[in-house]
Design a protein around this ligand. Structure first.
Ligand SMILES: NC(=O)c1ccc[n+]([C@@H]2O[C@H](COP(=O)([O-])OP(=O)(O)OC[C@H]3O[C@@H](n4cnc5c(N)ncnc54)[C@H](O)[C@@H]3O)[C@@H](O)[C@H]2O)c1
Length: 488
């Protein structure tokens, strides 16, 4: 059954949460007194639809439905998750949480996006404090995996676990904060960096652009993949963390930072920073900057995904959980028909200067489907480790229709021949049932030791024979055996 999330407060953060739930198949009910809320949402949703679905190599479930409501009570009706994202004012949050609790399911998760308040502060005077926790996200919520989950001593821990399971299912990474504290964990770092940056600008040491370059050309890239401690561990060489601390620890006494002082936010400082920022980025509109940000985040996270590392490992875990493809021959409902070997949205980084999917990516999609078919017949990583695998000898792709970023494509696979060392595959790529491309591939089983053709193990031979026999009655697909330049 489709589940429902209520979004209370639909600004930057509420809009991002709405997109995250919606694109992961939840229905979303929104309450925000601002009449422009639906228009703001439309822009956030457009950006999310462009970028999120292609992050994983398996398509997300079909989108849920979004509706806007005139009262909090209507918005929370039937919701299993209620996300409060109203402005950061404690008395407003208290008022809204009271309205929510007066109408919502007592078993629902109530998460607050608050950047600064502790959960115990939010729970003050609440009807059911145990239901309330902080679930602090990062912008853009539809792409960034991190959510700081902060319970207080009063929060129901079973509900917190339920919340974490749901966040995992949304492709997010719940980080349980073990001790409530103002501003949680990540924003405390950000504040430290922000303070230091304000001093550097005020003292004329660096411009806003120079500070940004020092981050994005250096430690920003490092931090995205190993964070602070693991990075420093590698910096210590083979002697590791102890060596690093012995070497650099004393420098902390010098001290380099002005962290505890805050420069006064005078008009002069604000003008200086705003002016430098205009000079640095004023040639781009905010909407252009948001698109660039999303494109870059998708690219970075997909690189991490290929290495099953950090934020990429989170995506792989989500992908495994939503993968609709059969895991084994026994899972295939009807072996006599082409088998689903791929269902994915075209990612942003698969499109080219013509705005559509680049031809190399068609081969990538077919190659992924072939890998999946190999696993299905028993040529998995364990088997490959024993010294046998399939190598592709020939490929013929027909491009029939354009595919654009975000389009969901299916790949169904037939075995045209599978005797002995041979594996002759036919992939059909479709979008809403319409053919986008076909791929015909001829593979040979090889010994990884001699790099020469060799017989596969008996179980693979048997699996191929079973599929070939079941599909023998299908007519030869239109286009099979074609060569380049043949008339259509
Ligand atoms: N902006 C960020 O980067 C960021 C990141 C993480 C968390 N947060 C937190 O998220 C929360 C919202 O921040 P934001 O940046 O989205 O603010 P925002 O100002 O963009 O959005 C707040 C929305 O709440 C609506 N609102 C006001 N009163 C309301 C009410 N009584 N009921 C329902 N909606 C109401 C406003 O109309 C507005 O659309 C804050 O607690 C903030 O600390 C912000």
């Amino acid at each position: 059954m489709t589940r429902t999330a209520a979004i209370i407060g639909g600004g930057v953060i509420g809009g991002g949460w709405a997109a995250r739930f919606l694109l992961n198949g939840w229905n979303v009910q929104v309450f925000d007194p601002d009449p422009n809320c639906a228009a703001i949402f439309a822009e956030v949703l457009d950006n999310a639809r462009r970028s999120l679905p292609g992050l994983t190599d398996v398509a997300l479930p079909p989108e849920g439905a979004i509706s806007f409501h005139a009262t909090v009570a209507e918005a929370v009706a039937g919701a299993a998750w209620i996300q409060e994202s109203v402005p950061e004012r404690l008395e407003l949050k208290h008022k809204v949480l009271a309205e929510v609790q007066a109408a919502c399911d007592p078993a629902a998760v109530i998460g607050s996006s608050t950047s600064g308040f502790k959960p115990s502060e939010l729970q003050d005077g609440a009807a059911r404090p145990g239901q309330i926790m902080v679930t602090h996200p990062f912008n853009p919520v539809y792409l960034m995996p991190l959510v700081e989950v902060v319970p207080s001593a009063q929060t129901d821990l079973a509900l917190v676990e339920q919340a974490e399971t749901i966040l995992h299912s949304l492709g997010m990474y719940p980080l349980r904060v073990r001790k409530e504290i103002d501003a949680h964990i990540a924003d405390r770092f950000l504040e430290a960096v922000w303070r230091e940056a304000l001093w550097l600008v005020k003292d004329g040491v660096a411009t806003t652009q120079e500070i940004d370059e020092s981050i994005r050309m250096g430690f920003g890239i490092r931090w995205a993949q190993m964070g602070l401690f693991e990075t420093y561990r590698t910096a210590g060489g083979n002697a590791g963390m102890r060596h690093f601390m012995a070497q650099f620890g004393p420098a902390l006494k010098w001290p380099w930072t002005k962290l505890m002082d805050v420069p006064e936010f005078t008009d002069e400082l604000v003008d200086l920073i705003a002016g430098q920022s205009d000079e640095q980025s004023g040639h781009l509109t905010i909407s252009e900057l948001l698109k660039a940000r999303d494109d870059n985040l998708v690219g970075l996270m997909r690189a991490l995904k290929a290495n099953d590392w950090g934020a990429g490992a989170v995506l792989n875990a989500q992908q495994k959980a939503i993968d609709p493809r059969p895991q084994s021959l026994a899972d295939v409902a009807d072996l006599g028909r082409p088998i689903l070997m791929g269902r994915r949205a075209v990612p942003l980084d698969w499109t080219d200067y013509n705005g559509h999917m680049n031809e190399a990516k068609y081969l990538q999609a077919f190659c992924d489907a072939t890998d999946r078919f190999m696993e299905l017949v028993g040529c998995d990583m364990d088997y490959i480790a024993t010294g046998g695998s399939y190598f592709t000898a020939e490929t013929h792709i027909r491009h029939v229709a354009e595919a654009n970023a975000g389009d969901v494509i299916d790949i169904h696979t037939r075995l045209l021949g599978g005797e002995g060392k041979k594996m002759h595959l036919w992939h059909e790529m479709t979008r809403n049932g319409e053919i986008v491309a076909t791929g015909e591939h001829f593979l040979l089983h090889v010994s990884l030791e001699t790099r020469r053709p060799s017989e596969p193990k008996a179980e693979i031979v048997a699996a191929l024979a079973q599929i070939a026999q079941a599909q023998a009655g299908l007519p030869l697909p239109e286009g099979a055996g074609r060569h380049v330049g043949q008339k259509r």
